[in-house]
Ligand binder design. Structure first.
Ligand code: SF4
Ligand code: SF4
Length: 362
């Protein structure tokens, strides 16, 4: 990524944070799904199918326009596998046309030099690939061995920020793989993050001894590894609940392929309002609504975004909608899988994080 583009992106992210601190009445981050279909079938995933058609591009344009109307700061395209949408660049262009930050989460399989150049030209600003292991196995084929060539293409050609997310826990056989993947990401000049996968009913499970060792080791890595800042993860690693205010439905929206707004990928169905009917009144209601699933939540992107508001506006009313984790609705959940970390966020949010720590310690 060119230095000038990096600086420009950093400035826009800081502007986004300042705007978020000044007003609570707009969306900070939206994930939008242009296609539910995926070309892989990871064993832990509940966010894909193998048949859905892409959402028509005109419809995607209307949804992006509506997110702009709701003053959304960052739009991250996820899936399924978003690169299977035939007009993904048009969608990215529309996000940039509205001045919003454009991100993409992909499994990387469809990245070619030509595709990377097309994403540059469309104005993509941030891309995340999650790599689960070194060699493909029956749990996941998002493997360093398969994807390393794609990473080299990205290092050479991408004019957007790249984050490589590695994982431990939840059936990943060799926790040491995460260390190798993180080292490779740093070597290629990418940012890196570490996700913790939880078991099939979403319950909290502390890391075992070797996972814990890898987790601690990765946290000591250089400046490229932002996950060392992240305090929520400390509690997840120890199997403890977090005390925080989930602002899903307000500061964070998950827009599915049917155009419905959900709290997040793990609480689909609530509030379940079509995006074109979603208003600032809905944002205000959800901002003040406490979510029963918050203490054991593993959805890292919502936690990060919610840190901006943690110090203000307690949530008094419990949502009657989402069930607590472990009661059947929330299945496998992966801490960073649907997240779009922005390198500027951790530093800028560190004050909020310190506030959180004080609340939790009290
Ligand atoms: S985790 Fe990502 S790559 Fe794997 S099946 Fe789910 S959507 Fe596809
Ligand atoms: S699972 Fe997490 S992000 Fe989703 S609604 Fe519950 S607390 Fe919020």
């Amino acid at each position: 990524m060119k230095r000038s583009n990096k600086l420009r992106l950093r400035c826009r992210e800081i502007q986004m944070i300042v705007r978020g601190l000044l007003s609570t009445k707009h969306v900070l981050l939206a994930h939008i799904v242009p296609i539910r279909r995926c070309n892989l079938a990871c064993a832990y995933c509940n966010e894909y199918d193998d048949f859905s058609p892409p959402v028509p591009t005109d419809e995607m344009m209307r949804r992006i326009d509506r997110l702009a109307y709701l003053k959304t700061a960052i739009v991250t395209i996820s899936g399924g596998e978003p690169l299977m949408h035939p007009e993904i660049e048009t969608i990215i262009r529309r996000i940039r046309y509205h001045g919003m930050i454009a991100g993409l989460i992909t499994n990387g399989y469809l990245l070619t030099p030509k595709k990377i150049v097309a994403l540059n030209e469309a104005g993509l600003e941030h891309l995340q690939i999650s790599i689960d292991n070194i060699e493909p196995d029956d749990v996941s084929k998002k493997s360093l061995k398969v994807l390393d060539k794609k990473l080299q293409y990205l290092a050479e050609l991408a004019d957007f920020a790249v984050n490589i997310n590695s994982v431990i826990g939840g059936g990943i056989r060799n926790p040491e793989d995460a260390e190798v993947i993180t080292k490779r990401a740093v070597e290629l000049g990418f940012a890196s993050s570490l996700g913790i996968i939880h078991d099939g009913n979403g319950s909290m499970k502390p890391l075992n001894r070797s996972e814990e060792r890898v987790y601690r080791e990765i946290k000591t890595y250089g400046k490229h590894s932002y996950s060392r800042f992240y305090w929520f993860q400390e509690n997840l690693a120890r199997g403890k609940p977090n005390d925080w205010r989930c602002r899903a439905g307000a500061r964070y929206l998950y827009v599915c392929e049917d155009g419905l707004v959900h709290y997040c990928s793990q609480q689909r169905g609530y509030p379940g309002i079509p995006l074109e009917q979603y208003t600032f009144a809905d944002i205000e209601r959800e901002y003040f609504t406490r979510k029963a699933c918050a203490p054991h939540c593993t959805v890292g992107c919502v936690q990060k975004i919610s840190v901006i508001d943690h110090w203000r506006d307690p949530q008094e009313e419990f949502s009657t909608h989402p069930l607590p984790l472990g009661e059947g609705r929330v299945r496998v959940s992966k801490f960073e899988e649907t997240c779009d970390p922005h390198p500027a966020l951790p530093a800028a949010l560190s004050q909020g994080e310190r506030d959180l720590r004080r609340v939790s310690d009290a």
